[in-house]
Design a protein around this ligand. Structure first.
Ligand SMILES: NC(=O)c1ccc[n+]([C@@H]2O[C@H](COP(=O)([O-])OP(=O)(O)OC[C@H]3O[C@@H](n4cnc5c(N)ncnc54)[C@H](OP(=O)(O)O)[C@@H]3O)[C@@H](O)[C@H]2O)c1
Length: 287
């Protein structure tokens, strides 16, 4: 049964969002669009993940620090979608460096899973690359507890340090990304190393009321948020927009029925440096 969504989130064409995936260096396929879950808690987190799975998402991003792994696992179980069809990421808080195994086991218990698809070091512990921590992730991957391992909020030099010390690069680096944060040199540095760039906070780091963005959206009959997410897809960057609103969850996934022209992509690339001010992100004391 294949289906896709029209630009308002209704079920129309015969394509699954899940088919839209990229290949990691190892050959593992990772859906290019996922649901972010930071600040989704309790029943609202369960409903959001259920809604996402219902409209075709097959990729959910959580973290130990989000306190919602149990809700993510519950929703996957309740959804009826086979566990192996859903790509689930969770993250090791830097404060748990040295307690990697216990932390991953806690995550798996909370999720009710035998493995996660991607396990990330959430932030460089105390700002350092910590190849010793990375080594533990590789060991737990070798035991089959995580299909893929990677990092988040790492700089390119820190990626290189991990490789130099362990001979292995992360499969993924999850970093803040949007047109307003576009940096071609960072994107290309990841490409050259075969590290998949995964972008977080795709919507709240850009001004969705920007008139130029509005014009592009109007030309395609879509919303500004859909244009921003589609821009990630055009660059082959994994995007994980968060929403707990049923309509916006569907809207954010309905980005496979249109394409941006190269000139539109370039216009959005030039948003670089125009980040709007916002006050919170998950760089809280928790992690
Ligand atoms: N690795 C890290 O350090 C890190 C840091 C931050 C985030 N993340 C991950 O990345 C995910 C996404 O980032 P984020 O949550 O910071 O920000 P985001 O996805 O850019 O923005 C989420 C905000 O945008 C709203 N929204 C969602 N869809 C929208 C739409 N179509 N139009 C207008 N507004 C919309 C949401 O409200 P509603 O819920 O009301 O729709 C929410 O307030 C997180 O949930 C988390 O999984 C990782």
């Amino acid at each position: 049964m294949e289906r896709d969504l029209d630009n308002r989130g209704g079920v129309s064409e015969q394509r699954l969002i899940a088919d839209k995936s990229i290949e990691l260096a190892s050959g593992t396929r990772m859906p290019i669009l996922g649901l972010g879950t930071w600040q989704a808690r309790g029943r609202s987190a369960v409903s959001a993940v259920l809604r996402a799975l219902e409209v075709g998402y097959r990729h959910i991003d959580t973290a130990t620090a989000y306190g919602n792994e149990a809700q993510v696992g519950q929703a996957v179980a309740e959804s009826g979608v086979p566990r192996e069809d859903v790509f689930v990421t969770t993250k090791l808080p830097p404060s748990r460096a040295g307690r990697e195994r216990a932390t991953l086991e806690d995550s798996l218990d909370a999720l009710g899973f035998g493995y996660v698809d991607l396990w990330l070091i959430h932030w460089p512990p105390s700002g350092r690359a910590r190849p010793d921590v990375w080594e533990r992730l590789l060991e737990l991957q070798a035991e089959g507890l995580a299909r893929e391992v990677g990092v988040s909020n790492y700089g390119v030099r820190q990626l290189d340090e991990l490789e130099r010390e362990t001979g292995r690069l992360p499969a993924v680096n999850q970093i803040e990304w949007s047109p307003a944060l576009f940096d071609r040199s960072v994107l290309e540095a990841h490409r050259r190393r075969g590290v998949q760039l995964e972008g977080y906070s795709p919507l709240k780091t850009v001004n969705l009321r920007d008139p130029q963005l509005g014009r592009i959206a109007e030309d395609h009959g879509v919303t500004p948020a859909q244009v921003v997410l589609r821009w990630h897809i055009e660059h082959r960057i994994v995007a994980i927009p968060k929403s707990t609103n049923a309509e916006r969850i569907a809207e954010n996934a309905a980005i496979f029925g249109f394409e941006l022209t190269p000139s539109e992509v370039e216009q959005l690339d030039r948003f670089a440096g125009n980040r709007p001010v916002y006050v919170t992100n998950d760089r809280s004391p928790r992690s």
